[in-house]
Design a binder for this molecule. Structure first.
Ligand code: NAD
Length: 707
């Protein structure tokens, strides 16, 4: 174990930049309860009533939001000299700055991500003005009792492109102790919690997922109890200040939190609780991303913006586009949001009514999502949801694919390039080794997500549902957007209709190789409730109700997907089945791109012979298939500028010697027709022809013999 040495005493203050200085000042004085100790040169020096120094927040008018600098105080002048000597020896540029607001001189340098940091020893002890002295000489100022009544600056959370480098910089150069780390399989870190005292965090680094430079995640101010955090939430709420997250409890350090943004756009936390670390030879707690995503312990999930938003903002859409954060605020430029009147009274100009609240209660926080079957489509949805800040776990039976994702991240290529996302993945028994129905990989209640999205081929739905059954908890919703019939029935063996959603998507995606997908263009996704058994056909009898459905819609929509909710899942599924039973199969049999169908005059009667049988079987099951609309949708695809030149996925499956989904398309139609006493010769024949192609494709002749 390395010996701990202590040159840094504590975090002294932070300078916060604000483009809305007057409104920011009102937020900090009226709502947080800080006192202005001094002002000048466009800055205010603000103190909590527990600060022994003159200030712990320097608020400075600026053209942008963010961190001006972070300052730490050393134990002695000698300790300051030692730390500066270390910086100089390490070749880190720096300079001495003049005393500022009664602190310093300070030596200013930058951390590895470019955040300005000052280190100082000389300071002034706060002396309250005459007539303002506290009763007890152990206090530094009279009890403020204003607003949230924060006592002091508690910690500073910085975003960084290389969290590990920043953590090691503070540990090696300044002796800060690491309490907790989120560390990936490749050794890089998503978060690190450091402190020079027994308090679990003074300096925090979190990964800047948008690659910003020197950004601030938040400043946190301490109140004495969890009840005070709840009280602060009431205050913010009544002042019309939207609450981004909380009140709730964090995983790291277990702090109890409330997050709002001050009018300049900087995120501010009011916190209490959390553990203290006294053990001198304690090792840091290291979480894997999957352990962290599993959210051990109680507490709400953080909203998508918590991963992406920082100051100054990068301007990336994912920083503000989220379904779980008031849209009006997300779009507000800094300073546009002014909750108070000019004299400091509470004037809630941004009332609830003026904010488009998404959906209803229960939508806040990220959704915990497991993708069961993470091939092309599962990874596409998983990547989008992960990037939007949801807790995503990819399950798949292909060991090489899972290993590649965990080792190098999920690679997603689209027309803009390739992004690598650190989505955690885990192995499930593969389709050819179906599970016996017992929970695979030891799912525990903590692993059970809010939502499971099933995305295998229809041929593997029963197997993956059995293998992942342990992940489906008593409150878990299940969504299938797979093609074909029988998926719903297979899933109903593991989840009641009341928690099952089904639908379709026109997004197209290819699996390039292990850990790598190619997302092709855009598309629409629609889903809805599955009618309950007792009253098949009545949508209201099934599905998770409006709240659960909206929660899923909001998560998908917030992840940038074009999504709508339909009243009945079966109508969506059958409409897509009708489309695939004609287009996929005919293009495969003829071995042509979609657009070539336009040149065949006999398309309408051929397609109708298949469609009419499908409509009859669907009708027998209480579902209407509009054959005229289906035909029109198909013909719209003939246009090469639509998907006309694409090869049908079934044809691609044949060309790649993969099993097709025919048994769940025309094959399932034929089987269901037989059960209903209906004739389905066209679908039976089509299913057999595709079966013939599956069996003989390698012997296919594509050219005349040479002689
Ligand atoms: P895919 O073959 O790329 O992915 C399926 C994944 O499921 C694979 O990674 C496979 O390893 C895994 N799997 C199979 N059996 C398993 C088991 N028992 N346990 C765990 N994992 C298992 O398929 P895809 O293209 O993503 O298609 C998924 C569904 O979405 C299909 O119903 C398809 O028709 C439909 N769909 C696909 C597209 C597309 O463009 N790819 C578009 C719309 C709809």
């Amino acid at each position: 174990m390395t010996e701990h040495w202590r040159d840094v005493a504590h975090v002294g203050h932070a300078e916060l930049l604000t483009p809305a200085p007057e409104a920011s000042l009102e937020y900090f004085t009226t709502l947080l309860g800080l006192t202005v100790a001094a002002e000048g040169d466009g800055s205010w020096y603000l103190r909590g009533y527990g600060d022994y120094e003159p200030y712990s927040l320097k608020l400075t008018a600026s053209s942008r939001a963010g961190l001006g600098h972070l300052a730490v105080r050393t134990w002695s002048p000698e300790a300051l000299d030692r730390r500066v000597a270390w910086l100089v020896a390490a070749g880190i540029p720096g300079r001495w700055t003049e005393p500022d607001g009664g602190k310093g001189p300070a030596y200013e340098f930058r951390d590895p991500d470019g955040h300005p940091v000052r280190i100082y020893y000389e300071t002034t002890k706060y002396a309250p003005p005459a007539g303002q002295r506290p009763a007890m000489k152990s206090n530094h100022q009279r009890y403020a009792g204003r607003g949230a009544n924060v006592r002091r600056l508690e910690h500073v959370n910085l975003m960084a492109r290389d969290v590990r480098a920043c953590r090691e910089f503070w540990a090696d150069g300044f002796g800060l102790r690491t309490f907790e780390i989120i560390r990936r399989g490749d050794g890089s870190e998503d978060g690190a919690w450091l402190s020079s005292t027994v308090q679990g965090h003074e300096v925090i680094y979190v990964r800047d997922h948008l690659g910003g430079v020197g950004r601030l995640h938040h400043l946190a101010f301490w109140v004495d109890s969890r009840e005070d955090v709840l009280r602060a939430a009431d205050l913010m709420n009544d002042a019309g200040v939207p609450i981004e997250a909380g009140p709730s409890r964090h995983i790291p350090i277990q702090g109890f939190y409330l997050y709002t943004r001050e009018p300049g756009g900087n995120r501010i936390e009011i916190c209490s609780g959390g553990y203290l670390g006294f053990d001198p030879d304690d090792e840091p707690v290291v979480w894997t991303p999957a352990e962290y995503a599993a959210k051990p312990g109680w507490g709400a999930r953080l909203p998508a913006t918590f991963r992406t938003y920082g100051t100054p903002p990068t301007g990336a859409p994912e920083e503000t586009e989220t379904s779980d954060w008031p849209a009006a605020l997300s779009r507000s430029p800094p300073g546009a949001f002014k909750p108070f009147g000019s004299r400091g009274e509470f004037v809630p100009t941004l009332s609830r009514g003026s904010i488009e609240m998404p959906g209803q209660a229960g939508l806040t926080g990220s959704v915990k999502i497991t993708i069961a079957g993470s091939g092309a489509m599962g990874c596409r949805f998983g990547a989008a949801l992960f990037a939007a800040g949801h807790e995503v776990l990819l399950l798949d039976g292909w060991a090489e694919h899972v290993a590649a994702i965990n080792a190098d991240g999920l690679r997603v290529t689209d027309e803009t390039g390739t992004r690598v996302l650190p989505v955690p993945a885990a192995l499930l028994p593969a389709a050819d080794h179906p599970a016996d129905g017992s929970p695979a990989d030891g799912f525990s209640a903590a692993d059970q997500p809010d939502l499971v999205i099933v995305f295998t081929k229809a041929t593997a739905t029963a197997a993956v549902a059995a293998a992942a059954a342990g992940a489906i908890g008593p409150d878990t919703l299940v969504l299938t957007l797979q093609n074909g019939l029988d998926n719903i029935e297979a899933l109903l063996a593991h989840v009641p209709a009341a928690r099952l959603l089904a639908g379709t998507t026109t997004l197209a995606t290819e699996l390039v190789g292990p850990g790598h997908i190619r997302a092709l263009g855009s598309g629409d996704t629609a889903f809805g409730p599955v009618p309950g058994e007792a009253s098949a056909g009545e949508a209201s009898a099934g599905g998770p109700g409006a709240e659960g459905t909206e929660r899923v819609r909001a998560a998908l929509s917030g992840a940038g997907l074009s999504v709508r909710v339909a009243p009945n899942a079966l109508e969506l599924v059958w409409a897509k089945v009708a489309f695939n039973c004609v287009m996929n199969t005919l293009c495969s049999i003829a071995s042509i791109p979609v657009s070539a169908l336009a040149r065949y005059d006999g398309f309408d009667p051929l397609a109708s012979s298949i469609l009419d049988e499908i409509a009859a079987v669907a009708r027998a099951e209480g579902v209407t298939v509009d054959t005229a609309a289906a035909l029109a949708t198909m013909k719209a695809q003939f246009d090469p500028s639509a998907s006309g030149s694409h090869l049908a996925s079934m044809l691609q499956d044949l060309m790649n010697s993969r099993r097709t989904e025919i048994a769940h398309l025309n094959g399932a139609v034929a089987a269901r027709a037989a059960r209903h006493g209906l004739a389905a010769p066209a679908n039976t024949l089509i299913a057999r022809l595709i079966g013939l192609l599956e069996a003989t494709w390698p012997d296919r002749v594509n050219a005349l013999p040479a002689d």
